[in-house]
Design a protein. Structure first.
Length: 266
């Protein structure tokens, strides 16, 4: 589901406590061994963060992987996520998602387009969608994310080309509410996933009306001007502009115009 947060879970981590290392080395991956290693990771993370409050920092790719696994394992209603680089092994989390879907847990996953360009991911996502995953695609996702039951989230802090080196756990708070709102906005503007996903982006080509809005946007027109020229209110113009900016995966009006040119939309 969310590539890049985990490595092979059958490989013991050199960073966890001695008891967890012994368990992983002497018995196959069972529920008991998973719980033992996750408990060790949790103790280490608590010790490093120095606080069990709203924010908790987890250091090390292995510990971040276990945190992602544990959050999803404990989900009871809803898992929301954003999948984007960096990527490592997805097998353990994909298998876990299959089990959670069977238990009735809902999954809403927003995929960065590059996530689906990774050779196995398109087939994996197609199978997960057939099992009940709700999936959408955005041109450029702002960050990786796992959020569980609207109560706890995991976001990367530092990343390398191949892994998430540290992450922050965010518990119920105003910050978590803001993260949830951002996810909702991205979800609303993202394109639905289809099994024959066009990774070139042609399925997201703008309508003629959207091209006119982008042309005016690139020329520096304000929302008032765009609304007046297009025949709708400034408020509607503002909403349409924000939708296009989000769809293009950028942050500013200027970037939207540049990105539209780069994609051949203008």
């Amino acid at each position: 589901m969310l590539p890049g947060y985990t490595e092979e879970l059958t490989q013991p981590s050199a960073e966890v406590d001695e008891p967890a290392r012994d368990t992983a080395a002497t018995e196959p991956l069972t529920e008991r061994s998973v719980q033992a290693q996750v408990a060790s990771v949790a103790r280490a993370a608590r010790a490093q963060s120095g606080s069990g409050g709203v924010l908790q920092v987890v250091h090390g790719a292995k510990r971040v992987g276990w945190a992602a696994y544990e959050l999803q394992r404990n989900a009871t209603q809803l898992v929301q996520g954003v999948a984007k680089p960096p990527y490592v092994t997805t097998g353990p989390l994909d298998s876990l998602e299959s089990r959670k879907l069977a238990e009735g847990v809902q999954y809403q996953v927003l995929y960065d387009r590059s996530a689906l360009a990774r050779p196995p991911q398109l087939d994996i996502t197609t199978k997960l969608v057939a099992m009940g995953e709700q999936a959408r695609v955005i041109h450029v996702a702002p960050t990786k994310l796992i959020m569980v039951d609207n109560e706890i989230a995991l976001l990367p802090l530092t990343v390398s080309e191949t892994s998430v080196e540290s992450a922050v756990v965010v518990r119920s708070s105003a910050m978590l509410a803001a993260i949830a709102r951002i996810f909702e906005d991205l979800w609303r503007f993202a394109a639905p996933f289809t099994a024959d996903q066009d990774l070139s982006g042609t399925e997201l080509q703008p309508t003629e009306e959207e091209r006119w809005i982008l042309s005016l946007l690139a020329s520096g027109a304000t929302d008032d001007t765009i609304g007046r020229l297009m025949g709708f209110s400034a408020r509607t113009a503002h909403r349409r502009v924000r939708e296009l900016i989000s769809r293009l995966g950028v942050e500013t009006r200027f970037q939207a115009g540049m990105q539209a040119v780069k994609l051949g939309w203008l």
